[in-house]
Design a protein around this ligand. Sequence first.
Ligand SMILES: Cc1ncc(C[n+]2csc(CCOP(=O)(O)OP(=O)(O)O)c2C)c(N)n1
Ligand SMILES: [Mg+2]
Length: 332
Amino acid sequence: MKHYSKEFLIDLYRTMVRIRLCEESLVEPILNGEVQCPVHLYSGEEAVAAGVCAVLSEQDYVFGTHRSHGHYLAKGGSMGELIAEIYGKEAGCSRGRGGSMHIIEPKKGMMGAAPIVGGTISLAVGAALASRIRKERRVSVSFFGDGATGEGVLYESLNFAALKSLPMVFVCENNLYSTHMPIRECRSNLPIFQIARPFGISAFRVNGNDVLKVYETAKEAVDSCREGRGPVFIECLTYRLRGHVGPDDNIQGAHQDIRPEEEIKRWQRRDPIRNFRKYLLKNAIAENDELATIEQAAQEEVRDAHAFMKDSPHPKQKDIGKHVFKEQKASV
Ligand SMILES: Cc1ncc(C[n+]2csc(CCOP(=O)(O)OP(=O)(O)O)c2C)c(N)n1
Ligand SMILES: [Mg+2]
């Protein structure tokens, strides 16, 4: 096992706990209708965002998906601004105009998220190209789900990134489902990471619930990018512990999860946070009290984030069209 400082390991734990508690704080408000925009919770997948973003500097770029609260928080986005965004408040990171699926913090390198499946992959390629042209050595990370493997833009992006040897890491969060569609029903047998190989791109599959494995693979990938060796593809096997959208899979309001109960239970036992907590205790890296203090601090941050949101007004009706793209009238 590689040697890591206690501080580093605790930071990984803290990041995952902050994401989980933030996500879980939204369950009640979604169910009682306080939160009105669609929210795709990241609970269960925290090790991917935490492990990958721990490798990145603030200058590196991250592009997300419809399920990106974790990417935003792990890249340094403010929890208060995230909660405010989800509630449509003016203090939100997109001034309340975007909601859960349009979160962004360019100052921290979180360049944005979007609900169009595969929609940000080519933007990440563009950022990697800009980094190359400007000789900035910034690495661009594209997070996307297994569902994006059905989108042509992924293959165009793989080709272009390989062609130009761009400093880019493709991170596929394979949670085995695309909405309610099991992956085995919509893909050929080819393991996802192997789609990168015909393009000459190094590709790996890791246990996406093991934060250290994710970190180690991402570290090699990012180092390789910085050395100018071109893009890398990482498939992270993981599972969402909540529904596709909202806390449960409410297919037309049925609040029903169509995934097999046994499968859900199996993945609950692989909870990345619970298992990393056990690892920290077993290896005497931290005491129970220390971890409890971290959990308490995260809970307080969540409370403060909700208080911050409550103090912020909604955008005024007359301003609702400001800060959003508009169709321009042709001048001729
Ligand atoms: C281009 C496009 N097609 C369909 C949808 C509807 N849609 C929203 S999320 C989703 C599933 C995405 O699955 P995946 O990429 O595996 O991400 P996950 O939700 O599992 O994290 C689909 C099909 C969409 N938003 N965009
Ligand atoms: Mg998926």
